[in-house]
Design a binder for this molecule. Structure first.
Ligand SMILES: Nc1nc2c(ncn2[C@@H]2O[C@H](COP(=O)(O)OP(=O)(O)OP(=O)(O)O)[C@@H](O)[C@H]2O)c(=O)[nH]1
Ligand SMILES: [Mg+2]
Length: 350
């Protein structure tokens, strides 16, 4: 939907306006320092995203890698290029067959699917790429039924597959936080084994899975087992602000790290650049605007997000718009697809 945009003055590029500038590099620097120390010991995997997660699981992950026949990489289909740990995947996929599942396809602009497949195919002709909407109860409407046959096919085609001592296929799922790795495992298990419940925990915030888990059986005949792993971010995610913001928009970074107002600001910038003004109705505005403070203040009034606090000057209760809460609602609406299906990396496909 596009409204008249006569007075709408768009920013030419996205800049951070908040204190994140002060401490984000420090977080990254610490992550990089820890990464360099750990790299000496384990050869690759790196955690930059959440300093509370210990590094022991990296060793676990490398040990697990020896046992698996195929790497199942999961990524968010709204950001097929941003945030993917490409160097790491390239190194690991030289050791094991690899497939890429682009999940959350219910939220992506599907016009890009063919172009994305072609791009990945041209980068690595041995890898396979499947689009999946793993929350859709109807497994037939998306790439879900293709996953297992494709994995078995790439393993069987690989010259490293040991057919003599076959006692089942072992897979390791990996990817950045919150892209749906655990959801896919549960769904594969529940669909193929006709069971219910969750074998591995899922959740809307980044960092739910915290260690390499025991292998989970996801198919009986042939036996297929899958190791779930914690999300790992690309060590060089600090290479561009837009990459960081796209990852934040898709909740692959913790919301506390970036802040809702900053995430909302990037969404506003991105929507306006794409002539998508659906937020005007959502936030009860008169016209589109590229000023996040104006949008959130007016939106707070419309949504009745008002807080009361005691004024130190006047000594009495005063009301103010709860812009933080409105920013959170705006971000949530975008993440749920209420402002349309998107391809956040569209500029990288031009
Ligand atoms: N819209 C949509 N949401 C999904 C899809 N798959 C998973 N989700 C949601 O994404 C969130 C993250 O899912 P998880 O399976 O916990 O993700 P994860 O990759 O295991 O996350 P970590 O363990 O934190 O690295 C949950 O809220 C899921 O419900 C999908 O296909 N579409
Ligand atoms: Mg998980």
């Amino acid at each position: 939907m596009s409204l008249a945009t006569k007075e709408l003055v768009l920013r030419s590029h996205f800049e951070l306006k908040t204190a994140i500038l002060k401490w984000f590099p420090r977080h990254m620097n610490r992550g990089m320092r820890e990464m360099m120390q750990t790299l000496r010991k384990v050869d690759c995997l790196v955690e930059v995203h959440d300093s509370r997660i210990p590094f022991d699981w990296m060793r676990e992950m490398m040990q697990t890698l020896r046992k698996v026949d195929c790497l199942v990489e999961v990524h968010d289909s709204r950001i097929p290029l941003s945030g993917r740990n490409k160097d790491l995947i390239r190194r690991l996929s030289s050791l094991k067959p690899h497939i890429l599942i682009l999940n959350k396809s219910d939220l992506m602009d599907i016009r890009y699917q063919r172009r994305i497949k072609e791009r990945f195919q041209s980068e690595d002709s041995n890898s396979r790429c499947i689009f999946v909407d793993s929350l859709n109860p109807n497994t037939r409407v998306n790439g879900f039924p293709e996953i297992l046959p494709t994995i078995i096919e790439v393993i069987r085609d690989s010259d490293r597959f040991n057919r003599e001592d076959f006692n089942g296929f072992n897979l390791m799922v990996m990817g950045i936080p919150n892209v749906g790795k655990s959801t896919i495992i549960n769904k594969l298990r529940n669909t193929n084994l006709r069971v219910s419940g969750k074998a591995t925990t899922t959740g809307a915030i980044a960092g739910v899975t915290r260690s390499v888990l025991e292998r989970i059986k996801i198919n009986a005949n042939p036996p297929v087992y899958l190791y779930d792993t914690p999300g790992v971010l690309e060590p060089r995610i600090d290479k561009g602000l837009e990459t960081i913001m796209r990852c934040a928009v898709c909740a692959t970074l913790s919301d506390q790290l970036i802040g809702y107002k900053t995430i909302a600001d990037y969404i506003l910038y991105w929507l306006n650049r794409h002539n998508n003004h659906r937020y005007v109705k959502l936030l009860g505005l008169d016209t589109p605007s590229d000023d996040i403070t104006e949008v959130l203040v007016k939106g707070s009034v419309y949504l009745q997000n008002i807080v009361e606090h005691k004024s130190l000057e006047k000594g009495q209760m005063v009301k103010r718009p709860d812009v933080e809460h409105t920013a959170q609602q705006f971000v949530t609406a975008f993440r749920k697809g209420q402002l349309g299906r998107v391809m956040l990396d569209d500029d990288l496909f031009k």
